[in-house]
Design a protein around this ligand. Structure first.
Ligand code: HEM
Length: 414
């Protein structure tokens, strides 16, 4: 059976799960000519690709540049424009390490530095603040007749926490959200081929915003994450531009994902009132609920890899240089791994879900995301039973790889 699927298309956005099933059953490794990518959909294969880091690299810079434009001249022009706006030399750009796009020893070294900012002890220390913010979000909701859950709670919670972890004025939260939306749309959504667009402007603004802060922290370090990064010495030391790239990564990886985990959890609970009732009666099920949402309808639907050599997977030849789209969202619904996978069940055994990725690049912020989601859902679940959606067409986040609603309007049930 021929399966038609392109991960860089909005055609399957509303409900990608039926096509994922067809892929797993009939084309577990599928070549999509329109986007020139190979999709991998079975749980076993997804884990294999993500642990074969020598064969499947996280460094997709070359590929991303090619996706922007096939003309070398144009690429050089774009690069020149980028370094000018970023106020860096071309060497700084070429040498810059970015955690999520590095492999092997470089990755291990960087990960060691940034792990220090996300130890269980550090995350635990944020618990009180996270609960306080979740409580404030709830008060805002209660004060309104109808409200947008995304705007009132799911956005401010992670954005404020990231800003505070970085030691940045939370007053700039609105800018943070605007930048991260524009960067997500520019890097993974409709703006992907428009390099000079809003995503680019947001990256430039963030750079101007961070330059003086990074400089000030080098001179007088505090207790925040930027200080921790700029005071690391030896070969692991990050230069200003690498610090910027890391903050950019946190902004995108940490905000959009957690916001959408909360949104997707609320959607799933509203669609499954029996499960909502179970959690409402027994709040100790909230951690299980969070894991089930990561499996059932996770915010990160896929991640990318590049083949470093010719190989074969499920009898499909994958040439060196090929772009692989690793479908986490499909692997999490694989019946070979999770019985009755399309059933949303807050008590199921979700171990092995790949909602946070797998292997060396496993999500750095998983513990923080879990803490935020649990705190928010603990306060939300008792409210949800009395709420209903203000019916409207679902609006989705402008991204191919991030899944979630950009708005969830709710009001008290009649
Ligand atoms: C529900 C929320 C989240 C989800 C679903 C999620 C998902 C993921 C996934 C799938 C990866 C693997 C990327 C790859 O292998 O290429 C990843 C990596 C990463 N995540 Fe998250 N994430 C979430 C929240 C966060 C938060 C709150 C932060 C930080 C504050 C964060 C920071 C990162 C970073 C820095 C990486 C790169 C790790 C590395 O390359 O070693 N994430 N995340």
């Amino acid at each position: 059976m021929q399966v038609d699927f392109d991960p860089y298309s909005n055609r399957w956005k509303r409900d990608p799960y039926p096509v994922y099933r067809a892929l797993r059953d009939h084309a577990p490794v599928h070549y999509c000519a329109a986007s020139d990518v190979y999709t991998v959909s079975r749980h076993e294969d997804v884990q294999r690709v993500l642990t074969s880091t020598e064969m499947f690299s996280s460094n997709l810079r070359r590929r991303q540049q090619q996706m922007l434009t096939s003309s070398l001249r144009e690429r050089l022009w774009l690069m020149a424009r980028f370094v000018t706006k970023m106020r860096i030399g071309p060497r700084t750009l070429v040498r810059a390490r970015m955690l999520i796009q590095s492999d092997g020893e470089v990755h291990a070294l960087m990960r060691k530095i940034v792990n220090r900012g996300f130890t269980p002890r550090r995350i635990e220390a944020w618990e009180g603040r996270v609960r306080e913010l979740a409580g404030e979000g709830l008060e805002r909701l209660r004060a309104r007749e109808s409200f947008d859950l995304i705007e009132e709670l799911a956005v401010p919670l992670p954005v404020t926490i990231i800003a505070e972890i970085l030691g940045i004025d939370a007053e700039r939260m609105v800018d943070f959200k605007r930048w991260s939306d524009a960067i997500v749309a520019g890097g993974t959504g409709s703006g992907m081929s428009d390099f000079g667009g809003a995503g680019f402007d947001a990256m430039v603004e963030l750079r101007s915003f961070l330059r003086p802060i990074t400089r000030a922290r080098r001179a007088r370090p505090g207790d925040d994450l930027i200080s921790l990064l700029v005071t690391t010495e030896g070969e692991a030391a990050l230069d200003d531009f690498e610090v910027y790239l890391f903050v950019l990564l946190l902004l995108v990886a940490g905000n959009e994902t957690t916001t959408n985990l909360l949104g997707n959890a609320v959607e799933a609970l509203l669609d499954h009132p029996d499960q909502l009732e179970r959690v409402r009666r027994d709040p100790s099920l909230v951690p299980g609920l969070v894991e089930e949402v990561l499996r059932f309808d996770g915010p990160v639907q896929f991640i990318n890899r590049e083949a470093t050599q010719d190989s074969e997977l499920r009898e499909v030849r994958i040439p060196k240089g090929a772009h692989l789209v690793v479908l986490l969202g499909a692997a999490n619904r694989d019946e070979r791994r999770f019985p009755d996978p399309d059933r949303f069940d807050v008590t199921r055994d979700t171990r092995g879900h790949v909602g946070f990725g797998f292997g060396a690049h496993f999500c750095l912020g998983a513990a923080l995301a879990r803490l935020e989601a649990r705190a928010a859902l603990e306060v939300l679940v008792p409210e949800l039973a009395r709420l209903t959606r203000v019916e409207s067409e679902p609006e989705f986040v402008d991204s191919y790889l991030i899944r979630g609603r950009s708005r969830i309007a709710l009001r008290p049930a009649a």
